[in-house]
Design a protein around this ligand. Structure first.
Ligand SMILES: Nc1nc2c(ncn2[C@@H]2O[C@H](COP(=O)(O)OP(=O)(O)OP(=O)(O)O)[C@@H](O)[C@H]2O)c(=O)[nH]1
Ligand SMILES: [Mg+2]
Length: 494
């Protein structure tokens, strides 16, 4: 009770003191200000304005500094994929920048080269599920071509181009690709990429669309591909069934946002081949392959009409699709490059942390995490991911992580102890080495969780990154133990 009263009196005294000091300061400042004001008024006007200008400038600078230092940014959602149309200049600039930074831009460049080579001809790609009759359709359009057709799905396993001529006599290249949905995922990718490189896609199906066919059409529409939906094997359906199927196809495409004209859905028979068993005079059976008659007139009309309608825009649309593909290739390469570089950065920082811990007489994680090595690793990783954090953000991230390290240290020491036991001849080792491995493990985990959040958000969000560190730490400790123990043993041996 007495103490309570003492504290209250003390606070009262402090308030009184603050009041006296504040009043004094106010009087002093007012006097000084009035003094300066009077003198400025008496002097030349230019001096007055210059003085006021400097004051305003100082106030603005102070506000800006406080803003940068104190005001927190909002948490950004995960980086959205850029949907803006790219131009040749944009993509070339991006490639140059990435190449200068050390990224392998070969795949993206190859895509642009391929586009340049294709500018001379319009490409029509026959695309669809395995055995829908893509190759048979090409065979029907170009009878002299040596096209592989087979009852067994997956007969086409690479990309082939065949020459054809449209109604105007212009040369067109027909592209046969592997069917999608086969067993080999790689072939589907090959087909999808080829379809994106084409000017026009003939989507071949032989019944109502499966879920994967709908998904494939959706992705082609996203790439702004002009489409013709070809219902092949029409010989298997009655006229009524055909009409109903075509209506369903139109509705399905409409549902996923494709605005197809009615005449962009056609029903045809590529013909294909049938196996016929013939019985000889003596009763012996021989099997023979016979071509079914083809009926593809409506398809030829649809293609010619679309080429005439879309003619001028076809090249521009293909270009945009290929630029997007090149940008995606570049993004992949950048991701790969960042992963490799971040691995190097983490490794070198972890090594420094181990050396630091081995050298310290009484090591402490705070010096490591919040000290030079932690700051430098965070800065380097942020730079790699084009994140430009404020110093305050880095400091906050390291402080937040530090408080988590306290809780994780016992676990880290246990994991390190176990890790060292796996190396024969080390047995029960001096505490210094266990500590060094434990700190190395913590550093490694810190770097990895940082990379994870940077790649997801594209910037350093201290709380998010520190939380990721906390959540992933035990997993990272276990995953890194052999690697880090080896590193520590190598450092100790040096
Ligand atoms: N009934 C009927 N069968 C057809 C027709 N067109 C093709 N076929 C048969 O369908 C099967 C597959 O034909 P392909 O042309 O090899 O099909 P694809 O789409 O190229 O197949 P993949 O290259 O394996 O993806 C063959 O057995 C053809 O004979 C058609 O119009 N009617
Ligand atoms: Mg084929």
């Amino acid at each position: 009770m007495k103490l309570d009263r003492f504290i209250r009196v003390a606070i009262a005294v402090v308030i009184l003191l603050v009041f006296i000091i504040a009043t004094g300061a106010l009087l002093f400042i007012s006097e000084a200000a009035l003094n300066v004001w009077d003198r400025l008024k008496a002097g030349p006007a230019i001096l007055l304005y210059a003085y006021m200008g400097v004051m305003v400038l100082l106030a603005l600078t102070a506000t800006w500094l406080i803003w940068r230092l104190v005001i927190r940014r909002k948490i950004a959602p995960a980086r959205a994929i850029q949907a803006e149309p790219l131009t040749q200049a944009d993509i070339e600039q991006r490639l140059r920048d990435a190449e200068a930074a050390g990224v392998d831009v070969g795949a993206a460049q190859a895509e642009l080269k391929e586009l340049a080579a294709r500018r001379e001809a319009v490409h029509l790609c026959f695309f669809g599920e395995v055995s829908s009759g893509k190759s048979s359709l090409i065979k029907a359009l170009v009878p002299e071509a040596n096209v592989v057709v087979d009852v067994v799905g997956g007969s086409t396993d690479d990309v082939r181009h065949y020459r054809w001529h449209d109604a105007g006599g212009a040369q067109i290249l027909l592209t046969d690709v592997p069917g999608i949905g086969g067993h080999e995922g790689g072939l589907t990718d090959l087909a999808v990429e080829e379809a994106r490189r084409a000017n026009l896609v003939l989507f071949v199906c032989d019944s109502d669309l499966t879920r994967s066919e709908v998904a494939a059409i959706k992705s082609l529409l996203e790439f702004d591909k002009p489409l013709v939906i070809v219902l092949n094997k029409a010989d298997r359906y009655s006229a009524q069934e055909q009409a109903a199927l075509m209506q369903t196809l139109l509705e399905r495409v409409d549902k996923i946002g494709g605005q197809l004209d009615r005449d962009h859905v056609v029903a045809v028979s590529a013909g294909g081949e049938v196996e016929v068993i013939e019985r000889g005079a003596g009763g012996e059976e021989t099997s023979r392959r016979r071509t079914r008659p083809a009926d593809i007139g409506v398809l030829v009309v649809a293609i010619n009409r679309l080429l005439a309608q879309e003619g001028p825009s076809l090249d521009a649309r293909r270009e945009r699709a290929v630029f997007r593909m090149a940008a995606a290739r570049l993004a992949e390469a950048e991701g790969e490059y960042r992963l490799q570089r971040s691995e190097q950065i983490i490794r070198s920082s972890t090594r420094k942390a181990i050396i630091g811990a081995l050298a310290a007489i009484s090591p402490g994680t705070d010096i490591l995490i919040q000290g030079y090595i932690g700051t430098s690793m965070t800065q380097q990783l942020c730079k790699l991911y084009d994140a430009a954090p404020r110093d305050l953000d880095i400091e906050e991230f390291l402080t937040l992580s530090q408080s988590r390290v306290g809780r994780a240290l016992p676990l880290s020491l246990a994991v390190a102890g176990n890790g060292l036991k796996a190396f024969p001849g080390i047995g029960t080792v001096a505490g210094g080495l266990v500590h060094a491995v434990a700190y190395g493990l913590i550093f490694d985990a810190l770097g990895r969780s940082l990379v994870l959040t940077l790649s997801r958000h594209g910037e350093l969000l201290p709380e998010v990154a520190a939380k990721a560190f906390e959540e992933g730490i035990s997993e990272h400790l276990e995953a890194g133990v052999r690697r880090i123990t080896k590193m520590a043993l190598a450092e100790k041996a040096d």
